[in-house]
Design a protein around this ligand. Structure first.
Ligand code: HEM
Length: 211
């Protein structure tokens, strides 16, 4: 119960509620405008490549807002709050992944209902972002790759009472390797939390990149 209380005090729990996608966000990014720097989503606090300061992050967020509009920026911030909270509480998440010839089947669950709510938010949100090519984590090649290959990826999400069941497949053998690599990345996030999220994600040596 204590852990549930801790979670409830995290702002994302308000953001994750009614309206879900697109309703949350805000809060951060209220900083001074800065110069230069190509913007990329994915410079999340604690996950950006080494050396980025919070001031630099704030500057990047202001630039994102200016380029993509506040609605999308708020949506990204909501998504980021959600996956940060999942990473922070990774030890309360269980995951089983089965590689099948065309991709993966995964079951990701938690006994904590607040974590389940976040999984119910995150998984459809990422599915939607993939469909509309609203990328993130550009510094980590495995992520631009899956967005670039999205037309060849089929993702079927079933929300179950304690988590999410996903089947992610492709008819393209190369993309199957990418999907299986992503399945492993999510499992590593679940095992190691932020320690993994700061690392570049492994891609198989025989996967042929298109980005
Ligand atoms: C403990 C943390 C996390 C959990 C439990 C989680 C869970 C999931 C699950 C269940 C899926 C569906 C595909 C699958 O089952 O493999 C998924 C997909 C996705 N997640 Fe997460 N995730 C986490 C962290 C993150 C982070 C840190 C990011 C990016 C910064 C992210 C971005 C995505 C994206 C883009 C997809 C769709 C593409 C794909 O299948 O990989 N996730 N996540």
């Amino acid at each position: 119960m204590k852990k549930v209380k801790e979670l409830r005090s995290i702002p994302v729990m308000q953001a994750a509620n009614p309206g879900g996608m697109g309703g949350g966000g805000g809060g951060r990014g209220r900083g001074r405008m800065g110069a230069g720097a190509n913007f990329r989503f994915g410079s999340e606090a604690g996950m950006a490549p080494a050396g980025m300061t919070l001031d630099q992050e704030e500057t990047m967020e202001m630039e994102m807002a200016a380029r993509v509009g506040n609605d999308r920026m708020a949506r990204h911030q909501h998504d980021q709050d959600v996956f940060h909270t999942l990473l922070r509480h990774h030890e309360q998440i269980h995951r089983e992944v089965t590689n099948i010839p065309t991709g993966i089947r995964s079951l990701t669950t938690s006994e904590n209902p607040d974590i389940v709510k976040l999984l119910h938010d995150h998984v459809p949100a990422m599915h939607h972002r993939l469909e509309e090519n609203f990328g993130l984590r550009y510094w980590d090649p495995a992520f631009p790759e899956i967005f670039a290959q999205r037309d060849k990826v089929r993702m079927e999400v079933t929300l179950v009472p304690n988590g999410a069941l996903v089947e992610e497949t492709s008819e393209d053998a190369n993309v199957v390797k990418l999907i299986q690599a992503h399945g492993l990345v999510v499992s590593l996030f679940v095992q190691k939390g932020f320690a993994q999220a700061q690392q570049q994600s492994p891609l198989p040596a025989d996967y042929l990149r298109i980005t």
